[in-house]
Design a binder for this molecule. Structure first.
Ligand code: DGL
Length: 279
């Protein structure tokens, strides 16, 4: 038994899709979540910069919150920094790319699959590499979807504007005849209705959230460091941006239980200077 929390982070609200899956699957686990909304979006930034952010946040989770495991609930940060984090941190680190690829490979029937993500994720080649490592890789079609993350961060998941953008960005994938579409950005499940309407009901949308949650649970079991079932874990949320906004939009996307949101402020050369929540 290990009472320490699980640490999780994303550039903003996207990782809440992974947090939701994990809380549903392992309600006894304590969770500390960071939404780096002060520096979102990660997608258009150079991968080296995203790597620095990821290392800073992960170290904060370990040093300030003594987490037992770090979940990089962001595809862009997973593409930029997963291996570095695994080498640097003394605790296990899981990303979302491999779990998503596993789910996609299981779901496709015509062996033609698509993946959508941020410019950073798609141009990193991380998905292309992960799929190539499969025993029987499906034909893969990739598309970057700049602008999707910004809609979610504004709390806009169903407007005509987002539908128009989705029509334009997803057209090549429709034409490619994919039967499965992996949402390779943790923000995109919040746009699932719009994306599903554009792709058509015969295309299966796959998110990495559930598979990542299963991998976390398996890892806790394997290492013998889960909490005793039957207890209720605590869930703490932090934002590096406007905490009132994070609480308002986060409650809508995630549920009221998001509660009070703590503030975290990064300084340019060191780990956070202050933490308003005081724990
Ligand atoms: N949720 C992040 C991802 O999975 C979004 C990145 C961004 O901020 O652009 O890639």
């Amino acid at each position: 038994m290990d009472e320490r929390p699980i640490g999780m982070f994303d550039s903003g609200f996207g990782g809440l899709t992974v947090a939701r899956a994990l809380i549903d699957l392992a309600p006894a686990e304590n969770l500390v979540y960071v939404g780096d909304t002060g520096r979102y979006p990660y997608g258009p930034r150079p991968l080296a910069e995203v790597r620095e952010f990821a290392i800073e946040i992960a170290r904060w989770l370990v040093e300030v919150h003594d987490v037992k495991l770090v979940v990089v609930a962001c595809n862009t940060a997973s593409a930029a920094a997963l291996e570095d984090l695994q080498g640097l941190l003394a605790v296990p680190v899981l990303g979302v790319i491999e779990p998503g690829v596993k789910s996609m490979a299981r779901a496709t029937r015509n062996h033609r699959a698509g993946v959508i993500g941020t410019v950073g994720t798609i141009s990193s080649g991380a998905y292309q590499r992960a799929v190539a490592e499969l025993e029987d890789p499906p034909e893969l079609h990739c598309a970057a979807c700049p602008g999707f993350v910004e809609f979610v961060e504004r709390g806009d998941t169903h407007s005509d504007q987002v539908a128009v953008l989705a029509e334009r960005l997803l057209a090549p994938l429709r034409e490619a005849g994919v039967d499965t579409l992996l949402l390779g950005c943790t923000h995109y499940p919040f746009l699932a209705r719009t994306i599903g309407e554009v792709m058509g009901r015969e295309v299966v949308l796959v998110s990495s959230a559930d598979e990542t949650a299963f991998e976390v649970r398996d890892m806790l079991d394997r290492l013998g460091c889960g909490r005793r079932p039957g207890q209720a874990g605590y869930h703490r949320f932090y934002s590096s941006g406007d905490v009132a906004w994070f609480q308002r939009v986060g409650s809508r996307l995630f549920g009221e239980e998001i509660g009070e949101v703590g503030s975290v402020v990064w300084s340019p050369h060191e780990c956070p200077r202050r933490e308003a929540r005081g724990d």
